[in-house]
Each structure stands twice: as C-alpha cells, then as structure tokens.
Design a protein around this ligand. Structure first.
Ligand SMILES: [Zn+2]
Length: 318
C-alpha cells in the first residue's frame, strides 16, 4: 500500500483528560472521540462535566424538596401561632444556611460527585473506549487512515500500553509525514524493541529533530544493536546528532556522542564546538578533548573553525 498524503485535524486540548469523556444517553455508552454525535444512534453526546452538573442539580433539588416538606410539616403541625412563627423563622434560617454552605462547598462537592461517577462507571468507560478502538480498527481496515489515526490519538490519552502505541505508529507509518502535522514521539516510545516504532522515529527525526528527546534517545541507545541490524549505522548517527541540540543532552549523552563524533557532518561539529566554547565551566569529560582533536585533524584549515582557536598546541597534551 502506497503511503497516503493526508491532513490531520487539530487535536482537542483540555485542561484535564477526563474532560474528553462524553456519553450517549440513549446507548448508555461513553466515548473519548471528538465526534459530536453518537455513531450508533446519532444522538448528541453529553460531556462528562454536564453529566456531573445534572447529577449535582438533581441532588440539590431533592435536598431542597425535603427541607421544604419538613418546614411545611412544622407549619401545619404547629399547635399555636407562636410555634408557627417559630417553625417559619427556623425554616427560613435553615434554608439560608443551606444555600450559603452549598455555595461555599460547591466546587469540592462537584469534584466529589465527579470522582464518584468515574469510579462507579469505570467498567462502562472502559467498554466505551473499547468501542472507540474498534471503530479505529475498522477505519484502518478500510484504509481511512486520517480518521483512524485521529481516533487512536484520542484513545492514546487514556490507554498507554505498548499495543496502543504500536497501533498508532503503524497507522503513522502508512502516512506521508509533514512538519506541519502535530507529530508526537515521546508518548509513543514503547517499553521494548519495536521495528515499526524505530522506522517512525527515524522518519520524525528527518522532519523535526526537536521531537527526539531524552526518552527517545535513551531508547535508541538501549536498543542500538537491533537498530543497527535493522536500519544500519546511519540511523544511530542521525539520532546521536539530535543530542547536540541542547547543552543538557550533550552532558547526559556524552559517551554516545563521542562514539559517533567522527561521522557527524560539519554543521553538527560546529554546533558542538560552539556549545563547548560558550560553557567553559562545564566538565565535558573526554568529549572536549576528543572534539579538539577532531577539529585539529579534520578542520584545521577550515576558516569556520578559526573562532574556536583549536590549534595543534591545544591537543599536544591529549
Ligand atoms: Zn448512541
């Protein structure tokens, strides 16, 4: 199958993950997808926050009804006018106290209600996500890769296992990746070696090397032998090159960088020299000496390296 050139829609961002949960009241089923209407019956989904609010409102309504009933009984059963007034005043004060206390604890009551709903409906939520996942599977089968990936991306916010990560990666490997897509790498790093993931990661590095961060680099170092076997040495060199973006990465992955130093293109070495020079107080270990040696040997006559003042004298002690 040839790779598909497609456009993803923007990912829905919410402050908390639970805010993506919604429910079809007719099918009594949860979903985490972006659709506004239930794909089974067409009814509009109700967001979890609206669900909690309506449960909260119903509870308030029941409580207020009970308070009014008790006050009414007090008034009806009052033997004298004096006790009738007494019932009215205490009832009135009670209602005011109730309103004040409810408004003070409204927010915490809302979250208590939300936690309760999530706990009680946990199995139902899991079943809903499974249904969403089956819809994504159907999209992949019918080669509708954009909606399939968008579904998997939303589900991926709730399910972090390797199987879900690899399903997303496999869909991405069938798509022509572009820099304007909202690509992710770190959240897709699996716990063990996976060829599909490495293939995707190498493609991402070509498009946007800033997506290769600590977790991704560590993964490449950990599975280096399998990666060299399946993708060749060049793949590790390109990942080692991404570590030169930041001073912190250079410090953390210095032995990895040293190993591939001789293979880096000139612009990467220039970048490394520039970081080493602007941070003279940092202990770079043997990386600094090795870089000096390389520059002296390979770029001795290159004017671009003149500003680093690496001469033969500088490496004579190495
Ligand atoms: Zn429905």
């Amino acid at each position: 199958m040839a790779k598909q050139a497609i456009q993803f829609s923007k990912k829905k961002r919410t402050q908390y993950r639970f805010q993506k949960l919604k429910m079809c009241k007719k099918c009594n089923r949860y979903s985490v997808l972006k659709d506004e209407n239930c794909p089974s019956c067409g009814t509009s989904f109700v967001g979890i926050e609206s669900l909690v609010k309506s449960i909260f409102k119903n509870r308030l309504f029941t409580e207020i009804t009970w308070i009014l009933i008790i006050i009414s009984i007090g008034i009806i059963a009052a033997p004298t006018v004096r006790s009738l007034y007494f019932s009215l005043i205490t009832g009135f004060l009670f209602v005011i106290c109730y309103v004040i206390l409810t408004s003070i604890f409204m927010k915490s009551e809302y979250f208590t209600q939300l936690k309760k709903l999530l706990r009680v409906d946990l199995k139902k939520i899991a079943a809903g996500i499974q249904f969403d996942s089956d819809l994504a599977k159907k999209d992949v089968k019918e080669e509708r890769l954009a909606p399939a990936y968008e579904k998997l991306r939303e589900i991926g916010d709730f399910i972090y296992n390797d199987q879900m990560k690899i399903r997303r990666v496999m869909a991405l490997n069938e798509i022509v990746l572009r820099s304007d897509m909202e690509l992710e790498l770190e959240p897709l790093v699996p716990s063990s070696y996976d060829k599909d993931f490495v293939k995707y990661a190498l493609e991402v590095v070509k498009i946007n090397r800033s997506l290769m961060m600590k977790k991704g680099i560590t993964y490449f170092i950990k599975h280096r032998e399998a990666i060299i076997r399946d993708f060749g040495m060049e793949s590790l060199i390109s990942v080692a090159g991404t570590t030169l973006r930041m001073k912190l990465y250079i410090q953390e992955f210095a032995p990895f960088i040293e190993e591939f130093l001789d293979y880096f293109p000139k612009e990467r070495i220039l970048r490394l020299c520039s970081i080493l020079q602007t941070n003279p107080d940092v202990d770079w270990g043997s990386l600094e000496d090795k870089t000096r040696r390389l520059v002296t040997m390979k770029y001795h006559y290159d004017p671009d390296f003149k500003r680093f003042a690496y001469d033969e004298g500088a490496v004579s002690h190495v």
